[in-house]
Design a protein around this ligand. Structure first.
Ligand code: E4P
Length: 256
């Protein structure tokens, strides 16, 4: 399993040395409020245009992240565009242009798109242009298959949000990890993809506990918050070992 950090926090990236990192506008704003980015925040404020300021911060912080991770920085297209394929494509191209002005090639970026029907169509267009996409907010197998058939490079099936919904609907406080609906959803997608030969990378996301992360050890990639990476490292020593397929806590089926 490739470890990915779900953060724009440079210090956390330095500490955990993930292969890739994933961001979204709220993670970027959180990162921007850290002291190292004060000058960027000032510049963004002076722009006077909120959308341009968010794009500016996203790309400037994303650029710093590309210097620290060897792999990809996932950069999200604003979720408000999620039902307009043309707008998503335009925004993605704009972000890639802004990155190239910073000297960052499209080979370092994954454009993160919501897996709406329109997001899937946008991914098809972008992948054909050589802009790789991370299809996010994946809650079921049908969405995952649509994303893969459009040629998406990677998809992010969510764990925690599914678990949260089930907890509320079923009035439960927790689930044994093998019965956790979010964990089960990602396992179903992963096994379907491997047994049907889909090339799209499966990256589990939206974790609420270290136990959920460990239950999906063996998945292609897992994107994990610094807090949970800290818990995993403290528990087990080395992250690579924690997330190796052999340490997966589930019995059936195995994620290998
Ligand atoms: C990752 O790419 C996602 O942005 C993230 O894992 C979402 O997690 P959440 O359900 O905590 O928002």
């Amino acid at each position: 399993t490739v470890v990915v950090a779900d953060t724009g926090d440079l210090d956390a990236i330095r500490q955990y040395q993930p292969q890739d990192c994933t961001t979204n506008p709220s993670l970027i704003l959180k990162a921007a409020s850290l002291s190292g980015y004060a000058h960027l925040l000032e510049e963004a404020r002076a722009m006077g245009d909120v959308e341009a300021a968010i794009d500016f911060l996203t790309v400037r912080i994303g650029t710093e992240l590309t210097k620290l991770v060897p792999g990809y920085v996932s950069t999200e297209v604003d979720a408000r565009l999620s039902f307009d394929a043309d707008a998503m494509v335009t925004k993605a191209r704009h972000l890639i242009d802004l990155y190239s002005q910073q000297g960052v090639g499209k080979d370092r970026i994954l454009i993160k798109l919501a897996t709406t029907w329109e997001g899937v169509q946008a991914a098809r267009v972008l992948e054909a242009e050589g802009i790789h996409c991370n299809l996010t907010l994946v809650f079921n197998l049908a969405q995952a298959i649509a994303a893969a058939q459009a040629g998406a490079y990677l998809l992010s099936p969510f764990v925690g949000r599914i678990t949260d919904w089930y907890k509320k609907a079923e009035g439960k406080d927790s689930y044994p990890v093998d019965e956790d609906p979010g964990v089960k959803s990602v396992r179903e997608i992963y096994h379907h993809f491997k047994s049907h030969g889909y090339e799209t990378i499966v990256m589990g996301a939206s974790f609420r506990s270290a136990e959920q992360v460990k239950a999906l050890a063996g998945c292609d990639r897992l994107t994990v918050s610094p807090q949970l990476l800290g818990e995993l490292a403290a528990d087990e020593g080395k992250l690579e070992r924690v997330l190796s397929p052999e340490s997966a806590t589930q019995t059936e089926p195995t994620l290998t």
